[in-house]
Each structure stands twice: as C-alpha cells, then as structure tokens.
Design a protein around this ligand. Structure first.
Ligand code: NDP
Length: 334
C-alpha cells in the first residue's frame, strides 16, 4: 500500500484527496521501474492539473506530480536495479500516466535519469522540471552564440518571471556563469531575493507587459529566458539586440503572441522554443550534469521551501496566482 494524491472526476468536476492505494493500481509499462518516491515538487503545470485547468489530464482517476526522485524498488529495465537512486521529469508523467505525488511511482525505465553524483533526491527535486528547463533554455541560448562577454552595462541577459521556479534557477545559473543578469518581477518583496541569487538589475513586470509602441525598441537584451509569454515576450523581442536569442519557456502571462517580423528581419533575432517534456536522453543527462556543475548548492537551497503531500491540495492554486517564490519541494513521506 502507498499514500497518494488521487484526482477523481465526477460529473465533469475534478476533486483531489489523499488516499491509500494498493500497489496493483500502479500503471504497467514495458521496461517499467517501480520507484519508492522520496521527494516531488510543485511546478506551474502541476498547479494546472490539480485545478483541472487546461485539460492536461484525459483519464481519471489520476495521480498527478510531473516530477519525482527516489530509490528503485523493482525493475524490468536493464539499466536499473533495486537501490538505484533516480530522477523523473517530463515524458508527460503526471499527465498521461500516474506521477510523483505518491509514495510509489511506476514509469518506463527509459524516462528515468540516474541521480547525478553530488545531488540528493531533495536537491534533485529542488531543481525538478523548472530547474531542468532553465538549464536547457540556457544551453539553447549558448548554442546560438550567447557568451558572458557580450553582457555589460545596458546589455544584459533578461529573465522574466524571475521570482518563479524556472526564473529563480535561471537567474542563479546565469549569474554564476558570469553573465550580467536582469530579473523581471511583479513582486517588489522579491527584489532582495533576486539580487542575492545574482541579479544585477531588476525590471518591473508591468514595464515589459506593456505592448511596445514600435516594432523595434532600444536594444537592451543580448538574450532572454522568458517564462511569461504573451505581451511580455512580444515586448522583449522588440528590445532584443542584433543576433540575440530569446528562449521561450512558458506562458504564465498568456499564450497569445502578437509581434511583427521586424526583430527577425532587421536584427536577426532568434526565437528559440524550449520543451523539457520530450528532451532526448543524452541531452537530458548532459543538462543534469551541468546543473550540478554550474549551480552553487547554497543558492539552490536559498530558493527552496518544503511542504507535505497534504499541503498540495491548496498550494496548487497558489502557483497559478504567482504566489510561490522559487522552488517548492514536496516530502511525500511527511
Ligand atoms: P512559477 O509560477 O513558479 O513562475 C512563474 C512566474 O511568472 C511567477 O512567479 C511570476 O513571476 C510570473 N507571472 C505569473 N503570472 C504572471 C502574469 N499574469 N503576468 C506576468 N508574469 C506572471 O512557474 P514555473 O517557473 O514553474 O513555470 C513558468 C512557466 O514556464 C509556466 O508557464 C510553465 O508552464 C512553463 N514551463 C514550461 C516548460 C517547458 O518545457 N517549456 C517547463 C517548465 C515550466 P514574478 O512574481 O517574478 O513576476
């Protein structure tokens, strides 16, 4: 038996509660691995799923939780044996198959990553999908030519939604890699937090959310990790410097993008899509290895708070309202 958050649908209405489930209810997968989960985490997408927003889940009853880290209990996969420590993010775990808001999870072994040396299961979840996504967004910017030397006075790398999960990790990573970073936030109380993570300057969320008056504005950003989308992304594109790149990660501020072709035609700006869900195995492992190497653990700890499984019944709504700062790790056994 194991404890889990179970979502059930009655007459089109989704309700969530904690239940004791029998192991036989875990999903079957070819090359499946059963994991004794230690920690999970709260991402924006989990908030959507817990609140039935966006119809991400198509089949109920359902155990949500897009991330988990723990210890292999049993395995039908050649790469994993009992006792191995593993991390799971992406592959639509917690959406189309049961996820990590449970003391046990069963997924395809191919979806797992061995816990990288130097990380505990708790810190792996302090990173989770948000941290992993921040890393692959920065890798994409670097692959399109971004270097710390390009940054300086008036030419910074921008992180939008900076006090959120993806944003906090992106700020800390970029600063540690030597970039001059600007963090955009709508929460004045997070300014000191962002400066402690390494942000050199702070931009008000409202300033970037305004529709730009001209298709091209003063070149301010040599690169950007954008978790907001909508008018913010359009505004940032108009302010991106010649040959600069914008990694489009999220849609916390809207999913409609109204822009012109001018940033692309006249400044050679690159708009890079970032998808953490189906990121192939070798790149996935490379990103985890870089997270361990490039992110100071003290900074990761400073952006991490901890909660219990039962707390998720209310916290899911908070993240959708932009009220969660940094990363929230869930101790599923507390
Ligand atoms: P968080 O809620 O932790 O962070 C989002 C941040 O965006 C908030 O903290 C807030 O930052 C800002 N924000 C919230 N609402 C608005 C709004 N209405 N207008 C402008 N800014 C807003 O979420 P995550 O960091 O987990 O995820 C961020 C986004 O990235 C989400 O859209 C998520 O779905 C997406 N995502 C995409 C992935 C991919 O593979 N492409 C993977 C992971 C996440 P502040 O308070 O600083 O202003």
């Amino acid at each position: 038996m194991f404890k889990a958050i179970l979502l059930e649908e009655t007459d089109g209405k989704v309700s969530a509660g904690i239940q004791e489930l029998d192991d036989s209810r875990l999903p079957e997968h070819e090359g499946g691995v059963t994991v004794a989960v230690e920690y999970s985490t709260l991402n924006y997408k989990d908030g959507m799923i817990l609140n039935g927003v966006g119809r991400l889940v198509r089949s109920y009853p359902h155990v949500p939780g897009v991330d988990f880290a723990g210890v292999v209990e049993s395995s039908d996969h050649p790469d994993y044996k009992p006792g191995d420590r593993v991390v799971s993010t992406g592959w639509r775990v917690g959406e189309v198959t049961w996820g990590g808001y449970a003391q046990k999870a069963r997924v395809k072994g191919d979806w797992l990553v061995p816990l990288p040396d130097g990380l505990t299961t708790k810190r792996a979840m302090a990173l989770g999908t948000a941290g992993f996504t921040a890393m692959i967004a920065i890798m994409a910017l670097e692959e399109h030519g971004l270097t710390p030397e390009q940054t300086g006075e008036g030419r910074e790398v921008l992180v939008t939604g900076a006090a959120g999960g993806v944003g906090s990790v992106a700020v800390a990573l970029l600063a540690n890699l030597g970039y001059r970073v600007a963090g955009s936030t709508g929460r004045p109380e997070t300014h000191d937090y962002l400066r402690d993570l390494g942000a050199h300057s702070i931009v008000e969320r409202a300033e970037l959310a305004e529709v730009s008056k001209r298709p091209l504005e003063r070149e301010r950003w040599v690169g950007c990790v954008d978790s907001v989308g909508g008018t913010t992304l359009a505004h940032v594109l108009a302010e991106t410097a010649y040959k600069g790149s914008v990694a489009a990660v999220g849609l916390a501020g809207g999913n409609i993008l109204e822009t012109t072709v001018l940033p692309f035609l006249l400044r050679g700006v690159n708009l890079l899509g970032v998808d953490s869900v189906a990121c192939p195995g070798p790149r996935r492992r490379a990103a985890w290895a870089r997270l361990v190497k490039d992110l100071p653990m003290a900074k990761l700890d400073a952006m991490t708070n901890e909660a219990k499984l039962a707390d998720l019944l209310t916290l899911g709504g908070d993240i959708l309202k932009g009220r969660v700062r940094g990363r929230l790790v869930i101790d599923v056994n507390a």
